[in-house]
Design a protein around this ligand. Structure first.
Ligand SMILES: Nc1ncnc2c1ncn2[C@@H]1O[C@H](COP(=O)(O)OP(=O)(O)OP(=O)(O)O)[C@@H](O)[C@H]1O
Ligand SMILES: [Mg+2]
Length: 416
């Protein structure tokens, strides 16, 4: 009886003592595994950057350091398991040994004790097995609990932006209004947009210029409601975006992002992302506007041409043209081109703009550009500085009235 009690207490104490460091080790192990996987992914994706900056060795060292840490933790976990298993067994066997010694003394005087001893050891073995198993279970549980915590973390992450499921679908016009809009990225105190207000009428072309980091892309992202403003109201088609139907908004606003991202598949698959039921005439029309038809139609399989992973088989300018085509194909009420013609030669850029002007006269266009020449013909140009909209007007007006605009313009004039 004493042996049995001692055994139970020992197993429980050891398990308790080991459980929390074990949990910590497993947590660390999972984190490191994440980190190592990420590193491998980044290096494979950026393999050209790594090569061209001669970073193979450094990256290898970084990866090795991580792998070593991962290995060390794995070994530690292995050690723990390696010690625990024999320890549990030892305790069990010791308990049996102790009980035999105690009882065996009496066997000589009372041989009937032999039967009692045999069944006692038998029961003890069974109980011991159960307790050792319980010890192991709790170790596996430690691992399970750690994993569950991480799964819960992901599952519990609430999207901070939800659309009103009851809002009716409708066609939104191209009128866009910002009413005292301020914005800071989630988890960041710094205000990237500060009290921005403007009204844009359907069909207007708005140029958006300003130094890098002044908040142009951020402003653009609020129009398709990729983020909600921290303060103020954004309206498209005179509707507060917080109350608008998601489908209606996606149909109304096409956002051609600064970094052209295409998906592997076919050219037509990518264009259909802009209009799911697009037929070949739609595709040709959109590609014509974006000056993409000229190179697409050189392929034998034309619109069925394969887009490789990370669109590696297209040049920067071709990618931009394809993403413009994807933007215009749905005939949106609002089209945002975020630096979308930067990789195009001056002639193609001009042709794209003329086509947009001619074919999408009712579409409101926001053209974000580094070069003033890209927006010089806009109905109005907005000048951004440090998150503030500091001036708006036509090119002529701004040259006359805005020192910031004049300075950007002057520095670029000499480059041409
Ligand atoms: N996802 C993000 N999280 C936190 N801060 C961000 C994020 N994206 C941009 N910022 C910050 O917001 C500010 C404005 O960035 P934004 O991309 O809007 O500038 P931009 O005017 O478009 O610049 P560029 O001409 O270089 O494209 C910058 O200071 C930038 O560091
Ligand atoms: Mg930008």
């Amino acid at each position: 009886m004493v042996g049995y009690l001692v055994m139970v207490i020992l197993v429980v104490v050891i398990t308790m003592g080991v459980l929390s460091p074990m949990g910590k080790l497993f947590g660390k192990f999972q984190n490191l595994l994440d980190k190592t996987n990420n590193m491998a992914k980044e290096n494979l994706q950026g393999v050209r950057v790594v090569k061209s900056f001669n970073q193979e060795h450094n990256e290898e060292v970084r990866f090795d350091a991580n792998s070593k840490e991962l290995t060390d933790i794995n070994i530690k976990i292995g050690y723990l398991f390696g010690i625990l298993m024999p320890a549990f067994m030892l305790i069990g066997e010791l308990a049996i040994a102790v009980s035999i010694i105690f009882v065996a003394r009496n066997i000589v005087s009372d041989p009937t004790m032999l039967g009692a001893l045999t069944s006692f050891v038998n029961y003890l073995m069974q109980i011991m097995n159960a307790i050792v198993m319980a010890g192991f279970m709790s170790m596996f549980a430690a691992r399970g609990i750690e994993s569950t915590k991480r799964i819960k973390e992901v599952m519990d992450t609430k999207p901070d932006l939800t659309f009103d499921a009851n809002a009716a679908e409708e066609k939104l016009s191209g009128d866009v209004e910002f009413d005292h809009v301020s914005f800071a990225y989630p988890g960041d105190e710094h205000e990237v947009l500060k009290d921005v207000s403007f009204k844009v009428k359907q069909g207007e072309m708005i140029g958006l210029v300003g130094a890098t980091g002044s908040g142009k892309s951020t402003l653009a992202q609020l129009i398709p409601r990729l983020y909600d403003p921290t303060d103020g109201v954004v309206e498209v088609g005179h509707e507060n975006l917080k109350k608008v139907n998601e489908k209606s908004l996606r149909k109304a606003v096409a956002f051609v992002q600064q970094k052209a991202i295409l998906f592997s598949g076919k050219i037509s698959d990518n264009l259909k992302q802009g209009k799911f039921d697009a037929d070949s005439a739609d595709m040709k029309h959109a590609a014509d506007m974006a000056q993409a038809a000229e190179f697409i139609e050189k392929y034998d399989d034309q619109y069925e041409h394969e887009v490789e992973e990370r669109s590696a088989n297209f040049s920067g300018g071709q990618k931009q043209r394809l993403s413009i085509a994807r933007g215009v194909i749905g005939n949106p009420s609002v089209l945002i081109l975020d630096d979308s013609t930067s990789a195009l030669d001056a002639r193609s850029e001009k042709l794209v703009q003329e086509a947009l002007e001619a074919d999408l006269p009712d579409t409101t266009k926001f053209v974000i550009a580094e070069k003033i020449s890209s927006v010089i013909k806009a109905d109005r140009i907005f000048v951004m500085q440090d998150g503030e909209l500091i001036a708006a007007g036509t090119h002529r007006e701004l040259v006359a009235s805005s020192p910031v605009y004049r300075e950007i313009y002057e520095t670029q004039k000499h480059r041409r």
